[in-house]
Ligand binder design. Structure first.
Ligand SMILES: Cc1cc2nc3c(=O)[nH]c(=O)nc-3n(C[C@H](O)[C@H](O)[C@H](O)COP(=O)(O)OP(=O)(O)OC[C@H]3O[C@@H](n4cnc5c(N)ncnc54)[C@H](O)[C@@H]3O)c2cc1C
Length: 298
């Protein structure tokens, strides 16, 4: 199929883009990398009357260290740049890995971080990692800005708290500490889109090998990326054994619940989530030991 006819605008500045969105309201859609939107338009799942193409808005494409140690990423930064950039790897190698997990270079060289978050597709690795890390999004509209956690921005499958005249302009990503390890996992049926289920584990170990901080998340088994707080708190202070890993993965999946009717294959997705979480926990702890310089086996 082909999209319905639309008007095309190519602003060169953020102010021009926001003015166009204010003028056209819900008739308009911003276009970032087009890796999801174009397909949705071709399928006529969405039929915007006006496309506001952000690809010439150079001021939204940047990586910057902030004074408080965060990595600020402009919304139009391509996913492949997140894979390649040394400053991303040194501040937060989990972001490098999550970007590398997206599709393949041709998709990543167009797809953007802001587009991935705004698209809010269940199973998508980047919104999951940003949720797990407590990253914040800066959102702009004509005459105003606000900041909110990515976890609050994504409200449902392909649904966000963004108003029609708002743009995500920046994602602020916290750094990963030197004794923090991470692991990502995914279960997929093909490579035409995000995995069915993705998980992320970020674990910090103390000098004795006990867990001092834990961040766990899943997407695809739930419609939105979920932080698994109950399972996280079960790990704190523990030197974790393989038996405890299985127990924590079970607890985590219980928090996911039985689905909210939005996603098909709920039982399959939960089974996948349980296995992926147990594996990601073990890998993230091994990675934390490796980064902290203490090589022990679980
Ligand atoms: C073959 C293939 C495989 C893929 N595999 C994966 C995968 O493994 N994992 C994965 O996560 N994704 C995957 N994708 C999706 C891809 O990564 C997209 O990059 C991503 O979903 C959307 O980013 P985009 O920049 O292309 O946004 P677009 O497609 O341009 O836009 C997506 C949506 O976000 C809105 N939007 C875009 N930017 C902004 C902004 N700054 N502010 C507000 N709204 C905005 C648009 O209006 C639209 O509604 C795949 C896509 C393809 C074609």
């Amino acid at each position: 199929m082909k999209p319905r006819a639309f008007a095309y605008c190519a602003p060169r500045t953020l102010d021009e883009a926001l003015a166009l969105l204010a003028e056209h309201g819900s008739a308009a859609r911003p276009l970032a990398g087009g890796q999801s939107l174009v397909q949705q338009m071709n399928q006529r799942e969405v039929s915007p009357a006006v496309i506001v193409d952000l690809n010439r808005v150079a001021e939204l494409d940047y990586l910057r260290a902030t004074a408080d140690g965060l990595l600020a990423v402009g919304a139009m930064t391509r996913q492949q740049r997140l894979v390649d950039a040394a400053e991303v790897r040194s501040v937060n190698p989990a972001l490098t890995a999550a970007a590398r997990a997206v599709a393949f270079p041709a998709v990543r060289s167009r797809g953007t971080l802001g587009g991935s978050v705004a698209n809010a597709e269940p199973g998508a690795q980047l919104p999951l990692l940003l949720t797990v890390l407590d990253a914040h999004a800066t959102i702009a509209r004509q005459g105003g800005r606000r900041t909110m956690p990515v976890a609050a921005l994504i409200t449902g499958a392909r649904t966000t708290a963004l108003a029609a005249d708002e743009l995500v302009i920046e994602l602020a990503v916290p750094p990963l500490g030197p004794t923090t390890g991470f692991a990502l996992g995914e279960f997929r049926r093909g490579h035409s889109g995000p995995p069915l289920v993705a998980v992320a584990a970020v674990i910090e170990l103390d000098a004795a090998g006990g867990v001092s901080a834990a961040r766990l998340g899943v997407t695809g088994a739930s419609a939105v990326p979920l932080r698994l707080h109950a399972a996280e708190s079960r790990l704190i202070g523990e030197v974790v054994t393989p038996d405890r890993l299985a127990e924590v993965a079970e607890l985590a999946v219980a928090q996911v619940g039985t689905g909210d009717g939005v996603l098909a294959d709920g039982a399959l997705r939960r089974r996948a989530a349980r296995a992926l979480l147990a594996r990601a926990l073990a890998e993230s702890m091994a990675h934390a030991r490796q980064r902290g310089g203490t090589e022990e086996q679980i």
